[in-house]
Ligand binder design. Structure first.
Ligand code: ADP
Ligand code: MG
Length: 167
């Protein structure tokens, strides 16, 4: 499935969705057969939506569900927060403060984007067209008291994950 939209009436629903995605990613990254196949093993999710739409909240619940302990900060000022669970790296970027599209390049972030890791990027559009295509885009919109979460897939992996999410 190339896209799906879900209504999230409150933050608990956002938490549930983040948990569902973490289950899917955990399974994907723990599959040792695929891991040794020589193909790249990564998950890239770009988050879109206005300020306060719930991008950081979603990633925070996702990281918790993956087993990240301790404080989970928004990367608004640091641009990148790095986490490690077992041998898996998780990168949480926020490009909101980028003023020009080359800045992320100069910051050396391309290395992180080429790794076998889970990558979340808030405000990816501020980095310009040099960023790799994500597997998934998560577009969060205000809707009545809650949010609508729209997933769009840009890779075969992404399509598989959307299909799993809604089952
Ligand atoms: P962003 O990173 O997109 O700027 P934040 O995650 O920092 O947004 O803030 C989102 C705010 O919306 C938080 O106060 C959070 O409690 C709230 N929120 C998150 N998900 C929902 C939801 N599904 N319904 C209502 N409020 C939500
Ligand atoms: Mg944010």
């Amino acid at each position: 499935l190339a896209s799906t939209a879900l209504y999230l009436p409150d933050e608990a629903a956002t938490e549930q969705l983040a948990k569902a995605l973490s289950d899917i990613f955990s399974h994907y990254f723990s599959n040792s057969y695929e891991k040794n196949s020589g193909t790249e093993k990564s998950a890239k999710v770009y988050l879109r939506g206005d300020l306060g739409a719930g991008k950081t909240t979603f990633v925070r619940h996702f990281l918790r569900a993956m087993g990240v302990k301790g404080r989970i900060k928004s990367p608004t000022y640091t641009l990148l927060e790095t986490y490690k669970v077992s041998s898996l790296y998780l990168y949480h970027f926020d490009f909101y403060r980028f003023t020009d599209t080359e800045e992320w390049h100069e910051a050396g972030f391309r290395e992180n984007l080429g790794e076998d890791a889970i990558v979340f990027i808030e405000w990816a559009d501020k980095a310009g067209p040099g960023l790799p295509t994500p597997d998934l885009e998560l577009y969060l919109r205000y809707e009545s008291a809650g949010r609508t979460a729209q997933f769009n897939a840009f890779s075969e992996k992404g399509k598989t994950w959307i299909t799993k999410l809604i089952h």
